[in-house]
Write a protein that binds this ligand. Structure first.
Ligand SMILES: NC(=O)c1ccc[n+]([C@@H]2O[C@H](COP(=O)([O-])OP(=O)(O)OC[C@H]3O[C@@H](n4cnc5c(N)ncnc54)[C@H](O)[C@@H]3O)[C@@H](O)[C@H]2O)c1
Length: 336
């Protein structure tokens, strides 16, 4: 049995990754500070499901607390560290950059230090980066070799900084490291601060939704199960043998969808479940100009990840959104 440490275990991606890895003959310790950036009930709900698994243990811990982080590493001695804890969200980084310094900079540094001091037992670090590092890049699809020196949000700047910090530690201390740039992850028990979740809340309450860039932003929506499988492959697979044992991969769907099309799929599911009337749909959509910090299109070139791990995410948007909607209806007791 491998001993795996997952940070951000009560988060959207972290909880799914913990569940998948714990079902695969691993022993998983999850850590999370259970902050209230979004509904804590949802984090507790995810955690309750995990705590029912025999080979999962949870520790409430803030990764910015270096002493506590070192102590849990020494106690547990994981072979792989899967670092998913972060202050996420592009827009919130405009209002509250301190939260990003705390978790994404200090916290990330502590993860690197913990891996350095745990070199005797840590075989690999896998960490979450983001498609937001591509910033104002207009060349699509986004390839890992594209320049990523012009972030358009502070969130993106912290993620790009993480990649540089991790590279330096991989070079200096030979810690095999994989960074994964996720592209707009969605699915059941997802993040309530993300557009698809907020749109669902608002449409059900008959409130208008605003589509920025007049609905013409494209996102490479990636279903949570596809992301979890990709992370599990990075955990199990090898890091290419080279001078610096460090690689960055896109983990997206390679199928960008226009926001308007996305919303129409969401609305058709709401209509199907009698949560929105067909006649009121047009009055609920407001088209607005572009927002600061946003990018027009995200589109993952998946060649590098597919070549290394022989895997390509494949869930169709309509299937993934249906799973989200069924979960949402159950969770909020909206059966009609
Ligand atoms: N969801 C996406 O679309 C997406 C896209 C790109 C990158 N990412 C990255 O993937 C990772 C997981 O994202 P998510 O969507 O699951 O977000 P999430 O907010 O649901 O999960 C992050 C978890 O980390 C925890 N956390 C935050 N700061 C912490 C700290 N200082 N100490 C301990 N725990 C802390 C939070 O409580 C939360 O449960 C993040 O690094 C995020 O930046 C996510």
């Amino acid at each position: 049995m491998k001993r795996l440490l997952v940070t951000g275990a009560a988060g959207f991606i972290g909880s799914n990754v913990c569940r998948l890895l714990a079902s695969e003959e691993n022993y998983v310790i999850g850590i999370d500070n259970m902050n209230s950036y979004y509904d804590l009930d949802l984090k507790q709900y995810r955690l309750r499901h995990l705590q029912a698994l025999p080979n999962f243990t949870f520790r409430k811990l803030d990764i910015s607390n270096k002493e506590a982080m070192m102590a849990v590493m020494e106690e547990f001695r994981p072979t792989v560290v899967i670092h998913l804890a972060a202050q996420a969200g592009v827009r919130y980084s405009i209002d509250c950059p301190d939260a990003y310094m705390h978790s994404n900079m200090t916290g990330f540094f502590n993860i690197l230090e913990a891996c350095r001091y745990g070199k005797d037992y840590v075989e690999k670090l896998v960490f979450a980066s983001s498609s937001s590092v591509y910033g104002a890049n207009t060349k699509v699809p986004y390839a890992e070799s594209d320049p990523v020196d012009q972030p358009v949000s502070f969130y993106a700047a912290t993620k790009k900084s993480n990649e540089l910090m991790a590279f330096a530690y991989a070079k200096l201390y030979k810690i095999p490291t994989i960074g994964l740039r996720f592209f707009t992850v969605y699915g059941p028990a997802g993040r309530p601060d993300m557009a698809y979740y907020k749109f669902t809340n608002r449409l059900i309450n008959k409130e208008k939704i605003r589509l920025y860039n007049y609905g013409h932003c494209k996102r490479d929506f990636t279903y949570i199960d596809d992301i979890s499988k990709g992370i599990a492959l990075a955990v199990k697979g090898s890091v290419p043998v080279q001078d610096v044992p460090y690689e960055i991969y896109n983990l997206g769907n390679h199928q960008p969808v226009d926001l308007l099309e996305f919303v129409q799929t969401l609305i058709s599911l709401l209509v199907e479940h009698h949560l929105v009337e067909k006649e009121e749909v047009d009055s609920l959509i407001e088209l607005a100009p572009m927002q600061p910090g946003d990018v027009v299109e995200t589109y993952a070139d998946m060649t590098k990840f597919a070549n290394q791990y022989h895997y390509h995410p494949h869930t169709e948007l309509k299937d993934g959104l249906r799973c989200f909607m069924e979960w949402y209806i159950d969770y909020y007791g909206l059966h009609k």
